[in-house]
Design a protein around this ligand. Structure first.
Ligand SMILES: *Cc1c(COP(=O)(O)O)cnc(C)c1O
Length: 378
């Protein structure tokens, strides 16, 4: 039997047609055609005034911090459990990282922990819509507003998610998305920055093109800055994907529903939550085991791999990574972020690719059940 991959996209004739059209026709005066169409369609979907297509979500985060002038002496609050891409740009701009704990239900940043992390130096918070779910955005927004803190919403994993009817990515002063091949919609590599802040938008356009004004015909750079652009072929692929977004999100939710049904009645297993006011898009279907099984995520991944099922570990707390080992940030976070450090060791992401069938989901869950049966709870 073939290995079941952990993630993967849905590509149809539409994507192939758009990319082919881009390669064939998008030169000379048409070089930016697909960028404009992709950005317009994306902004319309999120409901923001502006969208800027970028080479990655990492660059979108970097650009957001640069454009808000975050730098040396400033602090930026990030959830402890996330992909390192959320945090690395804080170091790129020379600011200090502060790691907040997660909420035990949403697995996203806890509003109380965020509030407790605020100091006079806090400039921004980067809440993450983890695995397609949403944090308590009302609480985060009101705490941030009270302290004059910018909210940069990392929606890399949550295109299509909603909180009280509003789309993921529209809660921050800036929202950022990823189109990496593993994400819900893809351009192979790619990202998007969305915002209603027209000043921020202009500043980001300037910084992402080597510090020159849009439409500057003289190549007359005013500042040393970044070069962050997406290719026409990627923009064409992205346009086709965003035009299919509701179909793709419906598919993600269907895959999750198959898992929920197959896992019903399996004791000691917690799966992704969906609060009543939230639409979760289940980027990664995730299970967290009761620690009494005595099965940590690394061992569980190995056992699943023996059954030809590829899984990923629940994000390690950043404070546990060698990348931050020995830092003051990591020591403080390790003693403070008890929920992150309690849940993360027992979580894995199950295959969540858009090519899954109900039969494959049942196979994955049967493999998990067999493993659990061999590890009775202590
Ligand atoms: C994937 C991801 C990113 C980074 O996206 P890239 O496009 O690979 O740069 C950032 N934040 C989170 C939460 C992610 O999952």
């Amino acid at each position: 039997m073939k290995r079941i991959p952990v993630s993967g996209p849905s590509i149809t004739e539409k994507e192939i047609a758009y990319v082919t059209d881009a390669v064939t026709n998008c030169w000379y005066e048409n070089a930016n055609l697909y960028h404009e169409r992709f950005e317009r369609a994306f902004a319309a979907y999120i409901g923001t005034k502006h969208a800027i297509a970028l080479p990655s979500c990492t660059s979108a985060l970097h650009l957001s911090l640069l454009a808000y002038g975050v730098g040396k002496g400033d602090e930026v609050i990030v959830p402890d459990c996330t992909w390192i891409a959320t945090a690395a740009p804080v170091s790129y701009v020379g600011a200090d990282l502060v790691l907040a704990d997660m909420d035990p239900h949403t697995w996203c940043i806890s509003a109380e922990s965020f509030a407790a992390c605020i100091t006079k130096r806090t400039k921004a918070v980067i809440p993450v819509d983890l695995y397609g779910n949403m944090p308590d955005m009302d609480a985060i927004r009101s705490i941030a507003d009270r302290h004059g803190i910018k909210v940069i919403e990392d929606s890399a994993e949550a295109i299509g998610a909603r909180y009280r009817g509003k789309p993921a990515g529209s809660f921050g002063d800036v929202g950022v998305f990823s189109f990496h091949g593993s994400k819900t919609i893809t351009t192979y590599e790619g990202g998007m920055l969305v915002t209603n802040d027209s000043v921020l938008h202009q500043r980001a356009l300037f910084l992402r093109d080597h510090g020159r004004k849009p439409n500057d015909r003289y190549f007359f750079n005013a500042e040393v800055a970044q070069k962050y652009k997406m290719s026409s072929m990627q923009a064409a692929l992205g346009l086709a994907q965003i035009e299919r977004i509701e179909e793709i999100v419906a598919r993600k939710r269907e895959i999750f529903a198959w898992y929920r049904e197959a896992l019903a009645g399996v004791a000691g297993v917690t799966i992704n939550a969906e609060a009543p006011e939230t639409r979760n898009t289940f980027w990664m279907v995730t299970v967290i085991l009761d620690p009494r099984f005595g099965l940590r995520k690394e061992r569980l991944m190995d056992l699943m791999a023996e059954a030809q099922v590829d899984c990923r570990p629940f994000f390690y707390p950043l404070s546990l990574l060698p990348a931050y080992a020995g830092t003051k940030i990591a020591k403080l976070a390790t003693s403070r972020n008890l929920v992150s450090h309690r849940l993360s060791p027992y979580g894995i992401n199950l295959p969540s690719g858009l090519n899954l069938t109900k039969e494959l989901v049942v196979y994955v869950v049967d493999a998990l059940k067999r493993i659990l049966a061999l590890h009775p709870k202590a």
